[in-house]
Design a protein around this ligand. Sequence first.
Ligand code: SF4
Ligand code: SF4
Length: 381
Amino acid sequence: MAGSTDNRPPGAGHGGPAVPPPLWLLAELTYRCPLHCVFCYNPTRYASTGAELSTAQWVDVMRQARALGAAQLGFSGGEPLLRDDLEELVREARGLGFYTNLITSGVGLSPARARRLKDAGLDHVQLSFQDSTRELNDFLSHTRTFELKQQVARTIKEHDWPMVLNCVLHRHNLPHVGAIIEMALALQAEYLELANAQYYGWAWLNRDQLMPTREQLREAEAVVQSWRERIGSRCRLLFVVPDYFEERPKACMNGWGSVFLSIAPDGLAMPCHNARDLPGLSLPHVGEHGIADIWQRSQAFNAYRGEDWMREPCRSCDERHKDFGGCRCQAFLLTGDAAATDPVCAKSPAHGQIVELVRSAPARRHIPLVFRSDAHSRALG
Ligand code: SF4
Ligand code: SF4
């Protein structure tokens, strides 16, 4: 029986029934993955986390989140197809009225499995690619998956799913952005997300190797814009610039504890899937606390909710309603203080650090890439 999260510090935020419900439930079903991406967003210490939730526990989480008001459900990981109960979870989610998304590397999406997921009611699929060339795709994921992903993309279209292709960009594949768009068009993707690597998780370890130049970004953005003009709405192209090249931060998670409720494979509930690495958070476990209680009253979900936690320069800034002071994980990684203004912001006293990191990255490119693997994760834990 779930208990009450009675650990909210005084004045920590906006707990209680007035908190609007989450829109998204992100179910990170497993940290296991057959790929070894150098920019993987999973925590670097994933190998030392606890046992995965059971099917019954996930069903319970979904029922509670839906009752609270969540409407969209993302099944992600790791590779969610490694869970044999995925079809069962999709069926349950659909029955509850969720709009369901599968976020996958494609490994394991055979035609037979696709048919079962279609029958279970899966609404939407996001498939990741590493590059338009076999060479770079296979190198960056440390697997031979290029052809398999092409086949999976065809399978997705044969099952009439709307398809988002996702490709993480960085200095190795930015020159290929035109070819990546051509590939997405050939595979009939409705949407192509060209998201430059952000430096958390494994990408934090490989930051200097992945860091593009301003020139590369400018050229790639111009290529994307010219394709947008040519193809109109045939395939929508989203190009996300790396934070380090901006002067204002993104509205991370659309505001802490505002839209996203993320549940890690071991059952820890998080306002952001990187929150495990932030100090001072008492992350609640779904086996010990009810979802409504976690969302509304837990210390972790209230720690940076709203604006009460902000310091200067954010506290008196007229842009604070737009970006909520930026990303807490980025602030912590770069300043050691999770409540600091995100150093991406030019108003942050630490902004010069980012400028210097971008400037000096080429001098550190002799450091070898670290591929995501259980062995590396255990060594880092
Ligand atoms: S980023 Fe790569 S290694 Fe990480 S979960 Fe996704 S496919 Fe797996
Ligand atoms: S000072 Fe804070 S609120 Fe203002 S723009 Fe920068 S990060 Fe946003």
